[in-house]
Design a protein around this ligand. Structure first.
Ligand code: UDP
Length: 236
């Protein structure tokens, strides 16, 4: 039995790169989709927010000197490309997914309409929320917190390269240990970076727990959904 009936999964764009320098690594994406498929087969309702950092990041790289809002809109469009790729990979693996965009590009993807998203989830379809929040100066972490709250997700699952939140950077400090769980207040007082500040504040206000885990660890997503000791749970 899954511990969560409905989840919001946040995947970073960079997670799609695999070992490549940019873009979408096909094998990596198929592997991730299969992890998601496992939990949908357990009856878990899944919504996904995917980043765009593998294609474009508003505040860095190609955007040097650019108007910030314009760069951010480019970043949001990058998330649309990732969302389409992800949903199509899901289709190829026999799943049913719908992409909904926060900015209207109706010839490409349907617009985000909350009741429609809820209906898809109830029907067992995976919903991929594209274009972040639809606003510049935000991130896809914030989109994940926002949509997670809107759809009544029981948890925001933040997929990272590391398998949880550590007492120190495990790459630099071999004695660093993983928190199995930590409260929002403790995370703030210890200055631990879980989600970006806006997203973190929204989850805290809404009492929406966050689970940080590694999407690259085989079976980790499933263990998280089963409520096992995997990753780090940030709770009220
Ligand atoms: N972005 C934005 N508003 C949003 C979500 C994203 O402006 O609500 C832009 C922003 O420029 C960001 C880029 O889209 O840098 C890609 O998103 P993010 O950096 O969150 O992707 P990730 O790091 O998860 O790949």
């Amino acid at each position: 039995m899954p511990a969560y009936k409905r989840i919001l999964l946040k995947l970073s764009g960079e997670a799609l790169m695999g070992d490549d320098a940019y873009g979408i690594n096909r094998a990596t994406m198929v592997r991730m989709v299969k992890e998601v498929q496992e939990i949908t087969e357990m009856g878990c309702e899944v919504a996904v927010v995917i980043g765009g950092g593998n294609i474009f990041r508003g505040v860095a790289g190609g955007s040097v000197g650019m108007d910030r809002a314009t760069a951010d809109y480019m970043g949001m469009l990058a998330t649309v490309m990732n969302s389409l790729a992800l949903a199509d990979t899901m289709r190829q693996e026999g799943m049913t997914a719908r992409v909904m965009s926060a900015i209207s590009i109706e010839q490409v993807v349907e617009p985000y309409v909350r009741p429609k998203a809820l209906q898809y989830l109830e029907e067992g379809k995976v919903v991929v929320f594209a274009a972040g929040t639809g606003n510049p100066f935000f991130t896809t972490d914030t989109a994940a917190a926002l949509r997670g709250a809107e759809i009544g997700a029981q948890v925001v699952l933040k997929a990272t390269k590391v398998d949880g939140v550590y007492t120190a950077d495990p790459k630099k400090d071999p004695s660093a240990t993983r928190y199995s769980q930590i409260s929002f207040d403790e995370a703030i007082s210890k200055n631990l970076q879980v989600l970006d500040a806006t997203a973190f504040a929204l989850c805290r206000d809404q009492k929406l727990p966050i689970k940080v885990f590694s999407i690259f660890k085989p079976g980790a997503l499933k263990r998280v959904v089963l409520g096992e000791d995997e990753g780090t749970l940030v709770h009220v």
